[in-house]
Structure formats: C-alpha cells, structure tokens
Design a protein around this ligand. Structure first.
Ligand SMILES: [Zn+2]
Ligand SMILES: [Zn+2]
Length: 195
C-alpha cells in the first residue's frame, strides 16, 4: 500500500485515537498506556457470547485480544472540497469469536485495509455527492465520510467497521455437537439425559 507522503503517522496497539478536528490543527490522542483498552473494545468482546469456563481462560482472552490501527492521516485543501482529511492504513484485530453452536472461543485474525476521506458536513447535502459512498482523490479511491460538528471519531467508525467485518458463522470444529437445548450441557464434552 502506498503511503501518504506527508501527514501524521497513526500507530497504536489499541484504538486510542480520539477525535480529529477539521478547523483546528489535527489532533490525535494516543494513550501512553498501551495496556489499557478503550471501553468500546470491552463492550465489543462481550464475554457472555463466549463459553468461558474459568478465570484463567477469561484472563487469556483479555490478554491476547488486540485491536490496532496503523496508518497515516493527512489534511488536504482543494478549492472544490476545501479542507478535508484523508486517512489511510490497516485495521487489524485478533480476538475470540464464539462458535455458533457451543460458544467456544475461536481466535480470529482479521485485517482490513482502509482508505477514508472526510469532508466538511456541508457537502453531505451537495447534489454532486448525493448517494456517493466513495471519493476519488488523485488517482485513488476513498470511502466517503463527513465531519460531524467539525469532528470525527475514528474510534466509533472502527467499531462499526469491526462489527461489519465480523464473521457470522464460526464453528470451533466442523462436527461440533453444540449445547443441549434443555440443560445447556456442552455435548462435545459430555452427554445428558435429553439427547
Ligand atoms: Zn463448537
Ligand atoms: Zn441436556
């Protein structure tokens, strides 16, 4: 992937980029404490979706889960679109998704290349951009977004992108027997009187 020549490098082990404002110098907040998760990340990994048997297993899930974004943000100006922001990089995540039958955690490794353009919100109503979801700048195509009250929250956007790209059919084993519908017993590990 071609890097933007100028601009701010964004690199963080977790999403702790906060808000970028258009009319003030571009500001990116990255926590120095990389051990700390954004609250949204905890929300995203809903432990109730997983079949976690012990505190050790829960600790392992917490320690090994990684969300990261690595890339560049560049503020641009053109007479047509005025000040706008281009963000280019890769969103990576390593996290457990529950098996759809028995909820056993299955580790996922996903990376999503991103090219995002943010224009001033006044252009959202522009007839030129009506129903457009992408924006061509130079030779390259960017997904199109708008600032809201002069700000964007990459954190929220990334959260949406992760939800969108989450696999929706994960099996821990192709012959997974699932959980008993009556008593919840994991039928891969034991049998019960209902089956
Ligand atoms: Zn399973
Ligand atoms: Zn049962």
């Amino acid at each position: 992937m071609q890097q933007l020549q100028k601009g701010l490098a964004l690199e963080t082990e977790f999403f702790l980029l906060d808000r970028l404002a258009l009319n003030v110098p571009t500001e990116i907040v990255i926590s120095e404490d990389a051990k700390e998760w954004g609250p949204w990340a905890k929300k995203f990994i809903d432990f109730d979706l997983l079949n976690i048997d012990s505190p050790e297993e829960e600790k392992l899930v917490e320690e090994k889960t990684i969300f990261s974004f690595k890339g560049m943000a560049e503020k641009k100006f053109s007479s047509e679109w005025e000040s706008h922001l281009l963000v280019k990089g890769e969103l990576c995540f390593h996290y457990p998704e529950g098996c759809i039958r028995c909820l056993t955690p299955v580790w996922q490794d996903l990376s999503i290349p991103l090219q995002l353009a943010f224009l001033d919100e006044k252009f959202e109503k522009s007839s030129l951009l009506e129903d457009q979801i992408s924006f061509v700048f130079g030779e390259e195509e960017y997904e199109l977004f708008y600032f809201q009250k002069k700000k964007i929250s990459l954190k929220e956007l990334f959260e949406e992108l992760i939800s969108f790209h989450r696999p929706d059919f994960v099996l821990h084993h192709e012959e997974c027997k699932g959980l008993c519908q009556d008593c919840g017993e994991d039928l891969n590990k034991a049998s019960c009187s209902h089956c």
